[in-house]
Design a protein around this ligand. Sequence first.
Ligand SMILES: Nc1ncnc2c1ncn2[C@@H]1O[C@H](COP(=O)(O)OP(=O)(O)OP(=O)(O)O)[C@@H](O)[C@H]1O
Length: 309
Amino acid sequence: MIEARQLTKRYGETTAVDGLEFTVRPGAVTGFLGPNGAGKSTTMRMILGLDAPTSGSVTVNGKHYRDHSSPLQEVGALLEAKSVHPGRSAFNHLLTQAQTHGIPRRRVDEVIELTGLQSVAKKRAGQFSLGMGQRLGIASALLGDPATVMLDEPVNGLDPEGVLWIRNLLTRLASEGRTVFVSSHLMSEMALVADRLIVVGRGRLLADTTVDELVQQAGGDAVRVATANPAKLRDALAGPGVQIVGQAGSEELEITGLPARSIGTRAAEHGIALYELTTVKVSLEQAFMDLTRDDVVYHGTTDLEERAA
Ligand SMILES: Nc1ncnc2c1ncn2[C@@H]1O[C@H](COP(=O)(O)OP(=O)(O)OP(=O)(O)O)[C@@H](O)[C@H]1O
């Protein structure tokens, strides 16, 4: 369990983390989302005691990271900046870590197998691809068999097989009762793997929620309907909480607040023919962009005119 209470970090004029309050519970995968510069890495560094809060606190299983007698067995972490000696093999890197933390040698073999690094374990880490480096980072995070696993952008650099592997690994770690806290910019991945989401923007908490709730807040799923008689269908469906939009002269309507099944039934009751009845899912990506729109620090431009202006 990770608990942040009024967690705040200032760097000079910049408030990187601003009064964050959240709890990451065991037995679930919790996604940590936010636009660039939202304060995710800073928060993760404070969880690991690599940065001290300006005020407030963050604990892992009730204690500050530094107060745990064997922290590697408590929290396993993969942060963006890796410190692997390029001349050392993956095996030796893990073995050195294990030896300095009283972890048995067989656990090194276990994590090498778990992360699929068997064939390259003796290769120098300096020759590793980005994806292999990520796997090595994850191997070292799992070395202490920790109850809490925290990964910053673990999918970075992984090929599709690797992405699938991470997805299964995270789900398995959570099902073993561990606390799993993962940051990512890949919304489609988070939608598949995360049970809960903590969303931050400009250092502040924007949402502590589930994927479904967040999508629901963004308006929920809509249903696209095509009919020869949109006016009659509008009348048949009108009611509290139902929103219907469509352009004059168009056969198409977009309806929120009613499932496709009810729309089909009501259309049939009123003798209205439907040519299309499709549920349009709101993506987590869209819901995330709606939620964080006012908190994006770094805006890109894709519009040539905008760039020229
Ligand atoms: N050591 C530091 N010194 C000064 N400012 C910092 C430092 N570390 C982070 N910041 C600032 O704090 C803010 C939050 O940065 P942080 O890296 O935590 O965000 P992030 O959510 O992890 O971003 P990204 O998604 O781009 O990785 C940014 O404005 C950043 O410039």
